[in-house]
Design a binder for this molecule. Sequence first.
Ligand code: FMN
Length: 332
Amino acid sequence: MHNLPPRRLAVAPMLDWTDKHYRHMARQITRHSWLYSEMINAGAIIHGDKTRFLMFNEGENPLALQLGGSEPADLAKAAKAAEDYGYNEVNLNCGCPSPRVQKGAFGACLMNDAALVADCLNAMQDAVQIPVTVKHRIGVDRQTEYSTVADFVGTLRKQTACRTYIVHARNAWLDGLSPKENREVPPLKYEYVYRLKQEFPDLEIIINGGITTNEEIAAHLKHVDGVMVGREAYHNPMVMRDWDALFYGSSHAPITEADLVARLYDYALSQVNAGRGTTVRHIARHYLGLMHGLKNARSWRRMLSDAALLKPNRPELILEAWAQVAAANGFE
Ligand SMILES: Cc1cc2nc3c(=O)[nH]c(=O)nc-3n(C[C@H](O)[C@H](O)[C@H](O)COP(=O)(O)O)c2cc1C
C-alpha cells in the first residue's frame, strides 16, 4: 500500500477483541487510523495455521500485526509471514503482564532485557521491508524512575533501526496484579512519555493508556506524534467517527449509524454465507457498544447478545436490532 497515513491515531492491540471482525467495523468508522491485531505468538504463526492467524479482510490497512515472543529467529520468520500477508507493520509486545506470557519470558518482562529486545527487533527488521515497532510500558514492578523507560528506549534507538515507540504510560506490576488490574492500578504518567519525545525528537513516540475523548487526544498530540486508544475504541466505537476529520484533515462526512449498520449487515451476510464456520455471534459481539448514548442502546445490546436470538445464525438480526434503535431515536 502506498502513501500510508501517519500513525497519528491508532486502535490498540487487544487480545480476543481486535480480531478481523472488529477491525472491519472500525475501518468503516475511520479510514485513516492505524489498526493493530491481537497479540499473536510467533511460534503459533510458524508452527500453526498461518491463514487462520494472519488472514484479514480487504480494506483493513493500514494494519499492524502484533507479535509476542522473545526468540529472534522465530520472530523474524513470523514477521516475514506478516509482510507476505500484507500487513504494513510488525509490532513487538513488550508490555503484556499476563502470567502466561511471563512464563514464556516475553511481554512486559522483556523491558528488563533491552539487549534481547534489540536482538529481536534486529532479526525482525532484517527479515522485512515494512517497519518494525515496539509497544512497551514505562517500567516493570517498582522501577518508578523516568530513567527506566528512557534507558530502554535509548538503548533500542542506538542498537536497532526501530524508530516507532508505543508507550503505555504506566508500569506493569508483574507480581500480584491481574492483567486487568495492570490496566487500571499502576498510575498513569503521561509526562514520562512527553519527556521521551523531548529527549529523542527523531523518534516517533505514540502515547497510550486511559485516553477516551477527542479533546484529550488533541491535547496529547501537542506533545507526541500519535495517540493509541484501546478500551474506549472497543466499548464506544463511534468515538472514532470524527477522527478522520479532526486528526487527518479529511473532508468526508462522518459515517451515520444507518449507513454503518447497512455495511455491517452486508459483511455479516457475506461472512456467514462464505461457509467457513463464522457465525453472527462471532461478528456481532463486537458491535454491542455501537449505539452507546442513543435511545434503546440497551435493546441493541440485548438482542445482539441473546443466545436464543443468535442461534438461528441470521444476519437479519442486526437489522432487527437496529430497527429498535432507529425507531426510538427518530432515524429514517
Ligand atoms: C481485552 C484487552 C486485551 C489486550 N490485549 C493486548 C495485547 O494483545 N497486546 C498489547 O500490547 N496490549 C493489549 N492490551 C492493552 C491495550 O493495548 C492498551 O495498552 C491498554 O488497554 C491501555 O489503553 P486504553 O486505556 O486506551 O485501553 C489489551 C487490553 C485489553 C482491554
